[in-house]
Design a protein around this ligand. Structure first.
Ligand SMILES: [Ca+2]
Ligand SMILES: [Ca+2]
Length: 199
């Protein structure tokens, strides 16, 4: 009986943690100012300047060259603003702050200028490459890339120094670390056992 109770408690803990991670954040840049602006550190709780240079945003709907991938992407999605790698920064990186990690679910991309732009995406944790994916971004077609990369602290976008546009990233932030999970599990087991004694 005790073993069953413990198992049930652990399952409860897992279910609780799954619930905590279920809420996804959509990063669509629609709160950004007009013009080409550096995103910097702390926007949406992330660093947008941990790679070789800064990531920026601009208004793709009103962009001066409507044949660009900025406009393609803005027209394909709700809203006007898109992100891009300023001065063709490569690799561009989006990173967690401090010891935090995040899950990268999906994001939309276009090539800003080239008809096709070959990109290598990498997901890292503590400098170790956990995930990698090659992708062909197109200027005239916006595409959603589905990652489902869990527990990374850095999303690296390497395109050999050309411009890409990016929008509607879906991530889960504030993933509890394994130590926290273990403590929560033990806490719930303890709670379950003490309840059992009383009854
Ligand atoms: Ca947008
Ligand atoms: Ca739009």
């Amino acid at each position: 009986m005790k073993f069953k109770a413990i198992t049930a408690s652990l399952l409860g803990a897992v279910a609780l943690i799954a619930t905590m991670n279920a809420s996804a954040t959509l990063i669509d840049f629609e709160d950004r100012a007009e013009g080409e602006n550096i995103i910097g550190t702390s926007y949406q709780g992330l660093q947008w300047n941990s790679g070789a240079g800064d990531m920026y945003t601009l208004n793709g709907t009103n962009y001066s060259d409507s044949t660009s991938g900025y406009t393609t992407l803005a027209n394909a999605l709700d809203g006007d603003f898109v992100g891009f790698n300023g001065f063709g920064t490569s690799p561009a990186e989006i990173a967690a702050i401090g010891d935090a990690t995040f899950d990268l679910n999906s994001a939309w991309f276009t090539s800003a200028w080239d008809t096709q732009l070959d990109i290598t995406f990498t997901g890292l944790l503590d400098g170790v490459e956990l995930y990698t994916m090659d992708f062909a971004a197109m200027r005239e077609t916006a595409q959603q890339v589905v990652f489902n990369w869990a527990g990374i602290d850095t999303f690296r976008i390497d395109d050999n120094g050309l411009h890409f546009a990016m929008d509607d990233l879906v991530i889960n932030e504030a993933v509890p670390e394994p130590a926290t999970l273990a403590l929560m599990g033990l806490g719930l087991v303890g709670l379950s056992l003490s309840r059992k004694k009383k009854s």
